[in-house]
Design a protein around this ligand. Structure first.
Ligand code: TRH
Length: 380
């Protein structure tokens, strides 16, 4: 069986390990590969996958070998056939030496790939798949993306089958399981999920929701946005498992969910607010309307990425609605008035729903990242 090693350094939050775990799991389970995932921060991993024991140097989950990536690298770890360095995390120099040893002893060198961050910018298609010489080895740059000239998006077959089979009653049962204290809701109730960083438009948006003529349930997994909501509600500390009323809005505060349950929550809401990279991708596979808070970068470079994505994402919407969605996205990321754009989005829910479905279908046409990656390694 071909051996693959994936190296993951957790920079902050959960996106790095979120992406790496999904990739490792899919490669092992859907492509029958022998996968080892090296992670430097098992405690963050345990937050999205509670079965992980952060004290173990080695453990196995869903046939993936998970190993703690220690500060002092044990020199004698032999190199795998395929080595994935994620997000330019810099492999241990001793491991690179092992890759050279492997290359010298075999007719082929290990395939070394840097998996990059997701971006919709044009230059990505031109750089995807390019090699860079590394003193006797070659490192290939593999980019996720939104068209056939890129690696596509991570999206397991199993998840897509489950998503397709997910019904309205599954959604209702999940919502009840996650928030048993929710008041009885009616057919007009809208369900939103909120996963965000500290956010410049959140207060103004909640003010809008508060006066909604129909009930709204807002699921908020605990995290960085909670202190801001606490300040606005002025009810003191908000507790997971509790539901708080703010005008028409029932705020259900959830613990951090497992990745699989978080996926199901996304499938069970009318609108999902997501952030970073991985939740952003999952919201697209959920095939439901979404608002993205992009990971902020210095010198506002993230706004170019946001714009590149919106150019693709909004292209098939009626112009007025595209403008409203663009305005809302920019206000959500930078601040600014959201009242007018929100009114329009709220009126045109059905078009947005259909648009999200079409978008997911279009993404699926480019295959998925793990499958494209396997094909790429076979083509080198
Ligand atoms: O957590 P993020 O902000 O992560 C990142 C990192 O900051 C990273 O350094 C940066 O480069 C990247 O964003 C762009 O957002 P993201 O990417 O959405 O990752 C969150 C992960 O957490 C994702 O795998 C989904 C998971 N998750 C759960 O498993 N349960 C939950 O309840 C929630 C809300 C999320």
């Amino acid at each position: 069986m071909q051996t693959w090693a994936i190296f993951c350094r957790v920079v902050d939050n959960f996106g790095d390990i979120g992406v790496c775990w999904r990739l490792a799991r899919q490669l092992a389970n859907e492509h029958a590969l022998d996968v080892t995932l090296w992670v430097d921060d098992l405690a963050s991993f345990a937050k999205i996958r509670p079965e992980i024991n952060s004290n173990l140097a080695t453990q196995t989950l869903e046939t993936v070998t998970i190993r703690h990536w220690p500060e002092n690298w044990p020199a004698a770890i032999p190199a795998s056939d395929v080595v994935i360095e994620t997000f330019a995390c810099d492999l241990p120099p001793a491991y690179i030496e092992q890759m050279r040893t492997h290359a010298a002893a075999n007719s082929t060198a290990p395939i070394w790939i840097n998996l990059d961050y997701l971006s919709a910018e044009d230059w990505v298609s031109g750089c995807h798949g390019l090699p860079s010489p590394q003193n006797g080895l070659k490192k290939y740059f593999f980019f996720p993306g939104f068209n056939e000239k890129t690696g596509g998006l991570i999206g397991e077959q199993s998840m897509r089958q489950q998503r397709a089979a997910w019904t309205a009653s599954d959604a209702a049962a999940l919502r009840q399981r996650l928030a048993p204290k929710l008041p009885v809701t009616n057919a007009d109730t809208q369900y939103f999920s909120l996963f965000a960083y500290e956010n410049p438009a959140l207060n103004a948006w909640l003010e809008q929701l508060k006066d909604s003529p129909s009930p709204i349930v807002l699921f908020v997994p605990e995290g960085r946005v909670l202190p801001q909501i606490e300040q606005l509600l002025m009810l003191g500390e908000l507790h997971t498992g509790e539901v708080y009323q703010y005008g028409a809005v029932s705020l259900a505060i959830l613990p951090m969910l497992s990745q699989d349950d978080y996926d199901r929550l996304l499938w069970s809401c009318d609108l999902n607010f997501v952030r970073g990279e991985d939740s952003f991708v999952r919201a697209q596979w959920a095939a439901l309307p979404m608002i993205w808070q992009i990971y902020p970068q210095s010198e506002d470079t993230h706004l170019e990425k946001l714009d590149a994505f919106l150019q693709l994402y909004l292209a098939d919407l009626p112009p007025e609605l595209a403008t409203a969605l663009r305005d809302f996205y920019y206000a959500w990321n930078q601040g600014g008035d959201i009242a007018q754009s929100w009114r329009m989005l709220n009126t045109e829910r059905e078009i947005l729903r259909q648009h999200a479905k079409n978008w997911a279908k279009r993404l699926a046409a480019h295959g998925d990242l793990a499958t494209n990656l396997v094909k790429f390694t076979q083509s080198i």
